[in-house]
Design a protein around this ligand. Structure first.
Ligand SMILES: [Zn+2]
Length: 246
């Protein structure tokens, strides 16, 4: 069991929250019960996850995508009201960690995805949110591996390279960072989503692009963070996957 404030402070330091300029608040987003015994983790704080956490009698929910974003309205109406109201009436804390969770060198989404896909010599690219590393494979084997390890068929665009040796990647909706990957002259850039212009950018720069799923590429960081927290503070932890095909 841990005190809410202690847990919030611990995560603030562990995830180096101050180093990031983000689209939403990182840390405690909705305050609930003071002493935390049981935590639930999930990718996004949607209504389905909150309802499942209530069923599990969780004291806190940890997510990668919280419920407050800079580009959204500043009112608590509609489905946001329903979510906040459920959290408050059940005394459940909501913690959200966005960019700090992508970037963390041990439990982060990028490093965890790299490990899951067998990428070697992983390093973050400076002045960028993307990572780079090495593989010794070919496109058909690597696509099959992604399907097996992430449970989702990847979409493959651009050059269909036989050999894949140098790879760059960034989880989530980071298809726009393909320009950073082009600068690195890698064989393949992988992200969670794809935009209309991404296939041409890959093709024209002689590179393969893989869209492996926003949700599918961002399931690992929050689970790794919460496993770490449950060990550190002797709390129960349960990951809940709310199916999302994007
Ligand atoms: Zn995301």
């Amino acid at each position: 069991m841990v005190n809410r404030k202690e847990l919030n402070n611990y995560c603030h330091d562990y995830l180096n929250v101050v180093a990031f300029e983000d689209y939403g608040p990182n840390g405690l987003q909705v305050e609930g019960v003071e002493n935390i015994n049981k935590i639930v983790s999930g990718v996004s704080a949607n209504l389905a996850l909150i309802e499942r956490a209530i069923d599990e009698k969780a004291d806190a929910i940890f997510v990668h995508h919280g419920i407050f974003w800079k580009n959204e309205g500043q009112t608590i109406t509609g489905s946001k009201r329903r979510k906040v109201s459920l959290l408050l009436s059940h005394n459940i804390n909501l913690f959200g960690y966005h960019l700090p969770l992508d970037a963390h060198p041990e439990i982060g989404n990028n490093v965890q995805l790299g490990k899951r896909l067998g990428i070697q010599n992983m390093t973050p690219v400076s002045d960028s949110l993307i990572w780079q590393g090495e593989l010794n494979t070919n496109l058909s084997d690597f696509s099959a591996l992604i399907e097996e390890r992430l449970g989702r068929t990847p979409q493959v665009f651009g050059k269909k390279s036989e050999k894949i040796q140098r790879i760059a990647w960034c989880t989530g909706a980071a298809q726009g960072f393909i320009t950073d990957a082009i600068e690195l002259s890698v064989d393949l850039y992988l992200s969670g989503e794809v935009s209309e212009q991404t296939p041409a950018a890959a093709e024209e720069n002689n590179m393969t692009f893989i869209s492996a799923g926003h949700h599918a590429t961002e399931r690992l960081g929050i689970q790794a963070l919460c496993s770490h927290l449950s060990e550190t503070f002797q709390m129960q932890h349960q990951y809940i996957d709310v199916e999302n095909s994007v």
